[in-house]
Design a protein around this ligand. Structure first.
Ligand SMILES: Cc1ncc(C[n+]2csc(CCOP(=O)(O)OP(=O)(O)O)c2C)c(N)n1
Ligand SMILES: [Mg+2]
Length: 548
């Protein structure tokens, strides 16, 4: 068997059933093997590698399983780096296969050659560079396991061109083993001590992040929060860690600092950080954890080592939380006021219509009405950009793995991410991508991919004609007349969508939104809604301190 075909057999055997690619001459044998195995793997040929890797990001975010990305070296691989970086920051499994120069040319700056090891080292769990075709096939399988193991993330496998059609003699059929370890003695010890500390805490608080979003972890979190008597704050862009209607939900740690949350953090006598790597936004640039009355649960030593938590539990979220929950006494009743007050503050803060707007479109009502028109399990993806803060503040997430987008703030994540998420859900539930005018212009061409592949995603372009996130700080700092490089000329996005073959609607006031959105949802194919809103309504925040 040729190594390209053996590699495809290895990855499909290991459970990969979706791949995104911009084809390259260096991996034709693998492409041919995917063509002859269409029943095992669906290959989506995207328009730009960044779209491919971000689609795989969306796929992995919703399934917890990796999709494959096949790209060529140098220009192709660096185009794809945005999705790799996003997957790394969000702990999302993804495996990228890079067609490379022939093996004897490696290190000679051959056509389009780069050193993938150094290029991707800081944004992937590993870069596998095989020295022979057999090893390449074995590494493909290993890469899939590694991408899902412990803290999930992206893995890169390099495929020198001449390896693809070399004959291999290995059997690629060995089964994946489960790599989740039991709790170590040391973790069990930490668990005992933490449970004792939590029993003494009067005002415990939980911050839950990316590794708590999956169904089992989320169930463990809910049980833990209820028994402990703790409000739950969602880490940045992890709003689906708990049903937002649960009385333990206390809101989302957004870029802006919000006074009720600051007070909550101040009043908490102990914080348990569950499955969050504590990015700069969630940790308020680490001000949240400046004393030692906190515990960190995370399945990666390197992340735990970054901070000085009093208790560090290196374990999966569910195993650590089941261990802790079991050790707590019965469900607490003595601090209901603490929980109720936090949830009430969140409810007031996220009440639709509560933030004044200058223009004809109130984005808080757009978010709220979208919620009412969608089933609980609809997937909502937000892109980079300030318009997203309207959605984050006013849309209430209910079901697991229903929020997409990247904590890396990567513009362009939403359109391809929605394609990946739709393929991942595999059950026809609505997948909605909210993006800004700037973000849409980065990867919007993948809407044509959705049309070709008949993937009925709904794209909502929130167009304020500016790079809102940047212009806000620019005008505050340099004066209202000094916008520079931040005012854009938005095209007519409905015409672009129609040009790609998608249905489109325009919305210029709040009143027309419900009707347009209903029609877009009913439309049996990809659709786009172009919302034009006032650049004065950049985000539902004033001049609160922000954390970026
Ligand atoms: C790929 C990428 N490039 C640059 C940035 C920096 N950046 C953050 S938000 C932003 C502007 C976003 O504009 P738009 O999509 O229109 O959303 P808005 O802020 O106007 O709501 C920029 C340039 C980024 N986050 N991602
Ligand atoms: Mg904009």
């Amino acid at each position: 068997m040729e190594a390209g075909a053996a590699l495809v057999e290895a990855i499909t055997d290991a459970g990969i059933d979706v791949a995104f690619t911009v084809p390259g001459e260096s991996f034709l044998p693998a492409l041919e093997a995917m063509r002859t195995n269409k029943d095992k793997i669906r290959v989506i040929s995207v328009r730009q590698e960044g779209g491919g890797s971000l689609a795989a990001h969306g796929f992995g975010q919703v399934t917890g399983r990796p999709a494959a990305v096949f790209v060529s070296r140098g220009p192709g691989a660096t185009n794809a780096s945005i999705g790799l970086h996003a997957a790394y920051q969000d702990s999302i499994p993804l495996v990228m296969f890079v067609g490379h120069v022939r093996s004897h040319m490696i290190g000679r700056e051959a056509f389009q050659e780069i050193d993938h090891g150094t290029t991707f080292e800081s944004m992937s769990k590993a870069v596998f560079i095989p020295s022979n075709p057999n090893e390449m096939v074995a590494m493909a399988k290993e890469a899939i396991d590694l991408s899902m193991n412990k803290r999930p993330g992206p893995v890169v496998v390099v495929m020198p061109r001449d390896f693809g059609d070399a004959k291999v003699d290995i059997s690629a059929h060995n089964k994946s083993q489960s790599l989740q370890p039991e709790l170590s003695k040391e973790t069990q010890n930490q668990c005992d001590q933490l449970a004792d500390a939590l029993k003494k805490s009067k005002t415990p608080l939980i911050i839950a992040g990316e590794l708590a979003r999956q169904k089992e972890n989320r169930n463990a979190l809910k049980e833990f929060a209820h028994k402990l008597g703790a409000p739950v704050l969602a880490a940045y862009r992890c709003q689906d860690v708990i049903d937002n209607h649960d009385k333990h939900y206390a809101g989302h740690l957004e870029i802006n600092h919000v006074s009720y949350q600051e007070q909550l953090i101040k009043d908490a006598d102990f914080i348990v950080v569950v499955g969050s790597r504590l990015d700069g936004i969630t940790s308020r640039e680490e001000t949240i954890i400046n004393d030692d009355a906190w515990a960190h649960i995370y399945n990666d030593e390197a992340v735990l080592e970054r901070f000085d938590a009093r208790f560090k539990l290196k374990a999966s979220v569910s195993s650590a939380l089941y261990c802790l929950t079991e050790k707590l006494n019965g469900t607490r009743q003595d601090n209901l006021a603490w929980i109720d007050q936090a949830h009430q503050s969140f409810s007031n803060f996220s009440a639709p219509g509560s933030y004044p707007v200058a223009g004809n479109v109130d984005m808080s009502l757009i978010a709220d009405q979208a919620r009412k028109l969608l089933p609980d399990n609809a997937v909502i993806i937000t892109d980079g950009g300030s318009y997203a803060r309207w959605i984050h503040r006013f849309f209430r997430f209910k079901a697991p793995l229903t929020q997409g987008g990247s904590a890396s703030g990567a513009m362009g994540a939403a359109v391809p991410g929605s394609i990946g998420a739709f393929l991942a859900t595999n059950d026809k539930r609505p997948v909605i991508a909210f993006c800004g005018d700037g973000g849409f212009m980065m990867t919007g061409q993948e809407l044509s991919t959705a049309v070709r592949e008949n993937i009925p995603v709904k794209i909502i372009v929130c167009d304020n004609n500016v790079h809102g996130s940047i212009i806000k700080g620019q005008l505050d700092k340099y004066g209202a007349a000094n916008a520079f490089a931040t005012v854009m000329e938005s095209p007519d996005f409905t015409k672009i969508a129609e040009g790609y073959g998608a249905a489109a609607w325009k919305v210029e006031d709040t009143e027309t939104w419900s009707n347009a959105f209903t029609q877009a949802l009913e439309h049996d194919g990809p659709a786009l809604i172009h919302i034009k809103f006032d650049p004065k309504d950049i985000a539902p925040y004033g001049n609160e301190k922000d954390a970026v």
